[in-house]
Design a protein around this ligand. Structure first.
Ligand SMILES: Nc1ncnc2c1ncn2[C@@H]1O[C@H](COP(=O)(O)OP(=O)(O)OP(=O)(O)O)[C@@H](O)[C@H]1O
Ligand SMILES: [Mg+2]
Length: 163
C-alpha cells in the first residue's frame, strides 16, 4: 500500500524557537492516528519539540514534561497527545508489554522519544524526526516520511516548504 515512497526534508540548522514553531505547525495539521518518532541523543531537543507539538494540538504546554519516569504520559487536547520515552526500555518484551499500538486511535497522536526499539512495530501514518546537536543553540533537523498522507501534511507547512 505504501510502496517504496520515501521523502527526506532537511530543515538545516534550527534554533530552539524554530524547532518549537515547527512542532506547533505540525500539531495543527495532524488529524489523529499519527506516530511521530523522535531520534536524537540526550539533550538533542526531542522533548522541546514535543512542547511545540503539544501547543499545536491545543494541549496545555505546562503539562508536557520529560516522561522518563512514567514512560507513557497522555495529555488531553484537540487530539490527545501520548508522549512516550523509551530511554529506559531495554528489551523486546518490555516494548510488547507496553502495547503502544493499543493506545493509538483516530483521536490521538503519539510522539516517541528513543523510538529505535519500537520503530519496527509502527503501523499507519508516521514521521521520523532526526535531531542532531550542532552547537549550543542550533540543531540539525531532518525529516523522513514514508507515506503520502503525512507528506501532504508536511508540504503545507511554512517551516518545511519555505526554507
Ligand atoms: N535549537 C535547539 N533546539 C532544541 N533545544 C535546544 C536548542 N538550542 C538549545 N536547546 C536546549 O537543549 C535542551 C534540549 O533538551 P530536551 O529535553 O528537549 O532534549 P531531549 O532530546 O528530550 O533529551 P532526552 O533524551 O534527555 O530526553 C534544552 O535545554 C533546550 O533549551
Ligand atoms: Mg526528552
Amino acid at each position: 500500500m505504501e510502496g517504496s515512497f520515501e521523502k527526506i526534508y532537511e530543515l538545516g540548522k534550527v534554533s530552539q524557537r524554530k524547532l518549537v514553531a515547527f512542532g506547533e505547525e505540525l500539531g495543527r495539521v495532524l488529524t489523529g492516528g499519527e506516530t511521530i518518532l523522535l531520534y536524537g541523543e540526550i539533550g538533542a531537543g526531542k522533548t522541546t519539540f514535543v512542547r511545540g507539538l503539544a501547543s499545536g494540538l491545543e494541549v496545555p504546554e505546562a503539562l508536557v514534561r520529560s516522561p522518563t519516569f512514567n514512560i507513557v504520559n497522555t495529555y488531553p487536547g484537540r487530539l490527545d497527545l501520548i508522549h512516550v520515552d523509551l530511554y529506559r526500555i531495554h528489551c523486546e518484551e518490555e516494548i510488547v508489554d507496553l502495547a503502544l499500538e493499543d493506545l493509538l486511535d483516530d483521536n490521538t497522536v503519539m510522539a516517541i522519544e528513543w523510538p529505535e526499539k519500537y520503530s519496527k512495530y509502527v503501523t499507519g501514518n508516521s514521521l521520523q524526526i532526526h535531531i542532531e546537536h550542532v552547537s549550543e543553540e542550533e540543531r540539525d533537523v531532518v525529516l523522513m516520511v514514508r507515506d503520502r498522507e503525512m507528506d501532504l501534511k508536511l508540504s503545507i507547512l511554512n517551516l518545511v516548504s519555505n526554507r
